[in-house]
Design a protein around this ligand. Sequence first.
Ligand SMILES: C[S@@+](CC[C@H](N)C(=O)[O-])C[C@H]1O[C@@H](n2cnc3c(N)ncnc32)[C@H](O)[C@@H]1O
Ligand SMILES: Nc1nc2[nH]cc(C(=O)O)c2c(=O)[nH]1
Ligand code: SF4
Ligand SMILES: [Mg+2]
Length: 216
Amino acid sequence: MSRIYSVKEMYFTLQGEGAQTGRAAVFLRFAGCNLWTGREQDRGHAVCDFCDTDFVGTDGPGGGKFETPAVLAETVRRAWDVEAAPGEGIPYVICTGGEPLLQLDAPLIEALHAAGLQIGVETNGTVAAPAGLDWICVSPKADSPLVQTSGDELKLVYFQEKAQPERFAALGFSHFFLQPMDGPQISRHTAAAIDYCRRHPQWRLSLQTHKLTGIP
Ligand SMILES: C[S@@+](CC[C@H](N)C(=O)[O-])C[C@H]1O[C@@H](n2cnc3c(N)ncnc32)[C@H](O)[C@@H]1O
Ligand SMILES: Nc1nc2[nH]cc(C(=O)O)c2c(=O)[nH]1
Ligand code: SF4
Ligand SMILES: [Mg+2]
């Protein structure tokens, strides 16, 4: 028996961040996270206190409760098919949230692959990734325990007092990014990230290009 999947929203856009920036994808945003409740009154004492995303509930566009992996996978595939020209590119789904690895399990991975999708994931790294994912992006948060220590890209939100780049530089990732922390201090964080990347060329700058262009 597989679980029921709680999805906040589902939409077709371009990946805005990291090494796959600019690639068309369906974003599958799962509800819920283990590092913040999502309620503003809890933000101040959450492990992750700078989140830019509403992941509470299932009321967003394309959101809902999905009773089986097959129904969810077919819904994702339809979201790709209504936008992308048939036969062009590899259909791509990015599982995010909230924390997607609280819900993304082997039956859903199998169903998404059976629907012809490549699967990317955006995770905070506190939960081990299941086998079979095609792209793993880990974004460590403060002093939370990092369980997933390898993958395709490590994308660190900068600056975090309790998660500095030196701690992650030797881990098993193909790409290392610093992404300026959005919020009231975005200009200062961007300048600091640029300065760090200049001095430590292992790291590259990741800008949230969807915010710069006004797409979701
Ligand atoms: C909303 S999170 C969801 C996936 C997962 N929970 C995680 O944290 O990686 C998606 C991406 O947005 C990044 N992010 C969240 N808040 C941000 C902010 N204020 N500024 C820059 N990036 C942020 C996260 O680090 C992560 O890479
Ligand atoms: N366009 C776009 N790219 C993204 N890459 C990671 C995102 C996320 O919220 O996980 C995100 C997002 O919210 N929008
Ligand atoms: S871990 Fe990810 S989803 Fe959870 S609060 Fe932090 S940025 Fe948001
Ligand atoms: Mg986002």
